[in-house]
Design a binder for this molecule. Structure first.
Ligand code: SAM
Length: 280
């Protein structure tokens, strides 16, 4: 069956008109209308035929179509109740497509995607961080996450120590993945165009490089970055100056200068110090 291409400005306008739809700003609806960008996302996801792919926010099926044409088995989650009827028509005839209606942040992903899968998505920007943390923190069998995000978020995801934008998100992403910006996407590639430039980030998910108590590690990271301009002695004062001194990490440094490895060292030492003082 020959499918008409959805990633095209006039096809997208036609579909929206036919179903009497308007992009809902509150749901982050900026539909891709650029076939070249769809092709580049699919290429970045490095899809093999029959591979399981989770798409977050199918919209009217634009990226979904690219993934299906590449041979992926796509499970797509979509929150907007008006879109299933559209997808039924735009993706009619594709066998490897499953739509799950609901909220990505409420669905049990471990149950939905029990075996190895990749993620490819043009994310709704209003919940980008929560989605990324959900995908990365829950020990899911995900191997690669290819997402369109705001350029500024892409830069924070891939930032390195010492830069002003290095923070809790950079650490959360890089704790579990090797992340890089694949390419930028201008507002004109979407309908309606967003107010910001976008970028596609590829995260190759791997095991964490350090063994830490993850809950405690991320608590230390979040606390340290909550007051990023302050020294560790100040931002982590709730742990006690003595415990920071004993960690071997210089307490006069700021959170933004610490590498992942140094955060791992700091959190492990703090945890040990806390255990010792609880025993006394
Ligand atoms: N994939 C389509 C494309 O590339 O044109 C649409 C991308 S649009 C940026 C984001 C999509 O995510 C919208 O279709 C929106 O309705 C959907 N969405 C928003 N919030 C969601 C949520 N919490 N769970 C699932 N989908 C959501």
């Amino acid at each position: 069956m020959l499918h008409p291409l959805i990633a095209d400005p006039s096809a997208t306008r036609h579909i929206l008109k036919k179903f009497k739809l308007r992009a809902v700003k509150g749901l982050g609806q900026n539909f891709l209308i650029d076939a070249d960008i769809v092709r580049k996302i699919v290429e970045a996801a490095d899809i093999c035929a029959g591979e399981e792919v989770l798409e977050i926010g199918a919209g009217i099926g634009t990226l979904t179509q690219g993934l299906l044409e590449a041979g992926a088995k796509v499970t797509a989650i979509e929150l907007d109740k008006k879109l299933p009827a559209v997808l039924k028509e735009t993706l009619a005839g594709y066998e490897n497509f499953k739509l799950v209606e609901g909220d990505i942040l409420k669905i049990n992903l471990a149950e939905l995607m029990p075996s190895k899968f990749k993620v490819a998505a043009n994310l709704p920007y209003y919940i980008t961080t929560q989605i990324l943390l959900t995908l990365l923190e829950k020990n899911l069998p995900v191997t690669k996450i290819v997402t369109m995000v705001q350029k500024e978020v892409a830069e924070r995801m891939t930032a390195t120590p010492g830069s002003k934008i290095y923070g809790a998100l950079s650490i959360a992403v890089q704790f579990r993945a090797d992340a890089k910006i694949a390419f930028e996407v201008p507002p004109e590639s979407f309908l309606p165009p967003p107010e910001v430039t976008s970028a596609v980030v590829v995260c190759d998910v791997r095991k964490p490089l350090f063994e830490v108590d993850e809950e405690f590690f991320f608590k230390v990271v979040r606390t340290a970055f909550a007051q990023r301009r302050k020294t560790l002695f100040n931002s982590l004062s709730s742990f006690g100056r003595e415990k920071i001194l004993a960690s071997g990490i210089d307490g006069t440094r700021r959170a933004e200068t610490l590498s992942l490895e140094e955060f791992a060292k700091l959190s492990t030492a703090l945890k040990m110090q806390l255990a010792i003082s609880n025993d006394q």
